[in-house]
Design a protein around this ligand. Sequence first.
Ligand SMILES: [Ca+2]
Ligand SMILES: [Ca+2]
Length: 123
Amino acid sequence: MNCQFSGSVIGQSYYIVVRHRNHLETWSDSAVLLSQNSTYDFSTMAGKAYGNNQVELEPNIFAFYCGDINQDGVIDGLDYNDWETDNNNFSAGYLATDLNGDGIADGLDFIYWEQNNNGFVGS
Ligand SMILES: [Ca+2]
Ligand SMILES: [Ca+2]
C-alpha cells in the first residue's frame, strides 16, 4: 500500500495505523518520521507492529491477523456469528466474512477465524 503525504506532516513523527475490513487494527511499533518518501514494511518482523501483534506466515514474513469481522478489536464468537450467517446464505462478493479473499464466505474462511479465535488474538 502506498500513501502520499505533504505539507505540515513532513518532518513529523506519527504512528502508522492500518485498518482492514476483516483484520485486526494494527499500529506501527513506534512513531515513524515522515519524509517525502518514507517507507514502512510491517512484514519483515513481528516487532514492526505494536506489541509484536502479527502472525508469521512463512519464515521471516509477517502479516496482520484476520478474522475481526465486526471490527471490535478482538477475534471471537461475535465474528463467528457474522461468518456463519454469510456462510449459511452462500454469500459472495466483497464481504468482511471472506477472510481468504476468494469472494465467497465458506468453510475455507472459517479455518482462519478458528485459528485466530483459538489463539485469543486481539489488538
Ligand atoms: Ca471482532
Ligand atoms: Ca473466502
